[in-house]
Ligand binder design. Structure first.
Ligand code: ZN
Length: 264
């Protein structure tokens, strides 16, 4: 779980005429959103060896200019969760770069009229010169909640996980609903219980693919556990000693589970 912000000196200043020189920070991604690192696990110093698809100036970080770059290649680079293993800071700023990259890739053409868009010089925005539509980055808010009953924590097994992994209840916020409504709805849909004392805890940018995870705690209120057998296969209450942890888990989910364990 990342505690500090790295963006004290971060400024967004788009300008497609700016090209990188020595001493710039280059986040080079392939089409699979993997980050290129040298054999010493460092960012590359030059783009000379790459077939560059696009290179976007994304602002200054600690006095150095940073670029999000996409290259054409069949090579595998480093998946972002692996980057976290050896450098939390690098993971954090690369996580922002990959979201900017994703937004640019998916808005080079206007989704409304199909014309080629133009990068705005100041804001993180793609403008359509034909119909006037502005295209901003899309962040998908999602909720995750640690539900407690006495000294037990509610966890559920999702059909897309392996057969031992239980996880906290989580889901995307739907159009038209508040974040709080989303939590109550997801919990009722996934495990059939009602909750109370919902409390916001903290958030985390989660670039897999483009979420902002909002973490909550809540207390069990009423109802028996009932799962749909489709998305959720099983759900049950866990005492702290029964919870299986995963060593390199960087998610806000892991932080919520740790908070629960520390409190009982
Ligand atoms: Zn358009």
């Amino acid at each position: 779980m990342i505690e500090k912000s790295l963006y004290d000196n971060y400024q967004i200043d788009f300008s497609d005429s700016i090209t990188p020189t020595n001493d710039d920070i280059l986040f080079v991604f392939n089409d699979d959103r993997e980050l290129h690192l040298t054999e010493d696990n460092e960012l590359p110093k030059t783009l000379d060896d790459f077939d560059v698809d696009f290179c976007l100036f994304i602002g200054e970080y600690n006095g150095r200019r940073a670029f999000a770059v996409n290259v054409k290649t069949t090579d595998s680079f480093n998946p972002l969760p692996e980057v976290y293993e050896f450098s939390h800071d690098l993971y954090h700023i690369a996580g922002k770069a990959v979201l900017v990259r994703d937004w640019y890739i998916s808005h080079r053409f206007c989704g409304k009229c199909g014309a080629k868009t133009q990068l705005d010089e100041k804001d993180m925005m793609m403008k359509c010169p034909s119909c006037g539509q502005n295209h901003y980055p899309r962040i998908a808010p999602a909720i995750i909640v640690a539900i407690r009953k006495g000294d037990e924590l509610l966890m559920a097994k999702h059909s897309y996980h392996d057969n031992i992994r239980y996880a906290l209840i989580a889901g995307f916020v739907e159009p038209g609903e508040s974040i709080e409504e989303a939590v109550h709805r997801e919990v009722l849909e996934e495990v059939g219980v009602k909750i109370k004392n919902l409390k916001y805890q903290r958030s985390q940018s989660w670039p897999f693919p483009n979420s902002l995870m909002l973490a909550f705690t809540a207390d069990y209120d009423s109802g028996d556990i009932k799962v749909d057998g489709d998305e959720i296969v099983k759900a049950k209450w866990f005492k702290k000693d029964e919870i299986i942890r995963y060593g390199s888990d960087i998610s806000i989910s892991d932080w919520l589970i740790q908070e629960f364990i520390d409190s009982v």
